[in-house]
Design a protein around this ligand. Structure first.
Ligand code: NAD
Ligand code: FES
Length: 281
């Protein structure tokens, strides 16, 4: 059992938790993920590790209250226990040879972009970060992101904070202005990662995306997380989750991610007697 040590609401739909998991914290590296299960009947949910403290033996996760399990997790409090918390899974980020990087985070994806930016910045890499949100009310981690890079560019879709527009608008203007990034890291909605990759392609900038397909076992056995990269089938849980954005078949990934939408919605609406009748939808 894994105890929730800290819980912090970042906005109405995003929560940060620090979970005591010493064996995971001992080996965790940027880019890797964990899978949690709330109880023995629960689904297995993958979440990218947003931070870790080897001395305290804790792992930090930041999650959007989206599906049934994350909504239930968001209702748990400090001191409560999670049944399973497995990791670290997946390959760590490969920062080798990077000198000037732009990290692009979309919405809650900024929670994963931020530690990547921080790790690169701590290594002496020049880092710009573009963080995009729908509106001012859901901006998260602004101070943390600002401290983790050389320049933070904040955008909102409706212009209520920072620059109006999508992250891709800002990225395109920075690339056109001559910012010579050797790498762009993009983490956020699949559609955003698709268009970030389309923007960087004509500039020939190496682009890394962190994929979030449906996962079941997280160990390369079930094939649930398969993605097509460069015409080859890859399993995001063991071959990724980070891949070359110019080679990913994003349209296929979006189709696969939408496959269980109806069931996910029904599960979210279900009132479960096992959770004391808590409605999680
Ligand atoms: P969102 O829909 O609010 O979008 C965030 C930003 O992405 C927008 O503000 C915009 O700047 C950009 N964007 C969105 N659509 C775009 C488009 N068509 N073209 C260009 N830019 C676009 O994001 P959200 O609701 O916070 O969702 C975050 C997503 O990130 C979730 O789908 C979640 O699964 C994913 N995520 C992925 C990882 C990972 O490890 N890959 C980690 C955390 C979250
Ligand atoms: Fe089963 Fe990746 S989640 S193979």
């Amino acid at each position: 059992m894994y105890q929730i040590v800290t819980k912090r609401r970042l906005n109405d739909i995003v929560t940060l938790m620090e979970v005591a998991a010493p064996a995971v914290a001992a080996k965790a590296q940027p880019g890797q993920f964990i899978m949690f299960r709330l109880d023995e009947l629960g689904e297995r949910v993958p979440l990218t590790i947003s931070g870790y403290d080897r001395d305290k033996g804790t792992i930090e996760i930041i999650f959007q209250h989206m599906g049934r399990s994350t909504k239930m997790l968001a209702q748990m409090e400090e001191g409560d226990y999670i049944s399973d918390f497995v990791g670290p899974l997946g390959k760590p980020s490969n920062f080798e040879g990077m000198k000037k990087v732009c990290v692009v985070g979309g919405g809650v994806g900024c929670a994963i972009g931020y530690p990547a930016a921080k790790a690169l910045h701590d290594m002496g890499v020049e880092v710009d970060m573009i963080a995009g949100f729908k509106n001012k009310d859901i901006v998260i981690l602004e101070d943390e992101m600002r401290a983790a890079c050389d320049n933070l560019y904040l955008t909102t879709d409706d212009g209520s904070y920072g620059e109006k527009g999508f992250v891709t608008d800002k990225l395109k203007s920075l690339l056109e202005s001559g910012k010579g990034y050797d790498t762009v890291f993009a983490i956020g909605p699949v559609i955003m990662m698709k268009f970030v990759s389309a923007v960087t392609k004509p500039f020939g900038v190496h682009t890394v995306v962190s994929l979030n397909p449906i996962m079941i076992d997280g160990t390369g056995m079930c094939g649930g997380c398969r993605v097509t990269v460069g015409g080859e089938t890859k399993f995001a849980c063991v071959d990724g989750p980070e891949f070359d954005g110019h080679k990913v078949d994003f349209d296929e990934l979006m189709k696969r991610n939408a496959f269980y939408k109806e069931q996910e919605q029904k599960a979210g609406e279900h009132i479960c007697r096992l959770t004391g009748g808590v409605r999680v939808g």
